[in-house]
Design a protein around this ligand. Structure first.
Ligand code: NAD
Length: 286
């Protein structure tokens, strides 16, 4: 078990060596927000598992091009597409370009997300709309475009048992209320019901729809929670497994969940959180 006192040191945050089965060969995948953090790790993880990858980004193209280059170094094909996932026309264009380039998509991972935090009574409508627009409406637009393509193409059993796999990125905050982050927690709670309702609707088409719910993962979105020893120690009070999650912890789980090894799983949320949702405050009897 890592020493929580020094646990902000990377060597004390031991994450397993990546192990990816070549389970996604021939399955083009689109990942939103894939130029950093969890999205980048998933893009690389899926490429290690054999997938060709569309790297969606917004803003500076260079980090996305670096990810695409790393994917190509793994022997897979990659393309970058800029699109603001909260904009319908941009998402539609992104899918059209991706499908034209790769012929189809077998996997879509709606990962793009952001925070705009404020005490509730000071939260502006702009902060509310921004987070709901990207985290929830963005996932709706991405999911709808993916399902339309999965339906259009239909089954290709020689490539995958399922006719398509959609993975939404939620958070432990679909379950754990989060003061000061009402817009973010609401967006993730919305993803839970959206994901399950889509899953119910498209299951007869053999389209699988699931979600991953990360806990505290070492990425830019939550830097303040881990980048000083004091912050890290405080964070460990919330993580029974006593280490922060690394983006590759999420990528390995995502690669498995969209593979045929997980074929009977639909409508499920997989918490990847080192036990954060185990109510650690009750570990000593409450
Ligand atoms: P991150 O900030 O590195 O990644 C978010 C990505 O989304 C960035 O690349 C950003 O450019 C992109 N993005 C933001 N707005 C966009 C838009 N309008 N269109 C397209 N892309 C956009 O942070 P991350 O931690 O990798 O977050 C990825 C996902 O994981 C988010 O949905 C986040 O809510 C979720 N998550 C993260 C954690 C964590 O601890 N890091 C925990 C739970 C859930």
């Amino acid at each position: 078990m890592p020493d929580a006192k020094n646990a902000n040191q990377p060597e004390n945050s031991v994450s397993p060596q990546p192990q990816y089965l070549q389970a996604l060969t021939g399955q083009p995948a689109l990942i939103t927000g894939a130029s950093s953090g969890i999205g980048k790790a998933i893009a690389l993880g899926l490429a290690k598992a054999g997938a060709d990858v569309v790297v969606n980004y917004i803003g500076n193209p260079l980090p996305a091009e670096d990810v695409a280059h790393e994917i190509e170094m793994l022997g897979r094909r990659a393309m970058t597409i800029e699109a603001d996932v909260s904009q319908e026309d941009a998402v539609e264009r992104m899918f059209a370009d991706a499908i034209q380039h790769f012929g189809t998509l077998h996997i879509t991972i709606s990962n793009a997300g952001l925070q705009a935090d404020a005490p509730f009574d000071e939260m502006t409508l702009a902060q509310w709309n921004k987070v709901i627009g990207v985290n929830l409406t963005g996932q709706f637009l991405t999911a709808r475009a993916a399902v339309r393509e999965f339906k259009r193409r239909g089954p290709q059993p020689e490539i995958s048992v399922a006719s398509g796999k959609l993975l939404c990125t939620s958070s432990v905050h679909q379950e754990i209320p989060w003061a000061g982050h009402v817009n973010y927690a609401t967006s993730k709670g919305g993803i839970n019901m959206m994901m399950r309702s889509i899953a119910q609707e498209v299951a007869p088409l053999r389209i699988r729809v699931n979600a991953i719910a990360p806990g505290a993962i070492r990425t830019p979105i939550n830097r303040a929670a881990w980048d000083t020893p004091q912050a890290y120690d405080r964070l460990m009070g919330l993580v029974p497994y006593l280490r922060i999650g690394e983006p590759d912890d999420i990528a390995r789980a995502a690669a498995w969940l969209v593979s045929d090894a997980a074929d009977y799983i639909t409508g499920a949320t997989l918490y990847i959180d080192g036990g954060m949702t185990l109510y650690p405050g009750f570990a000593t009897g409450g």
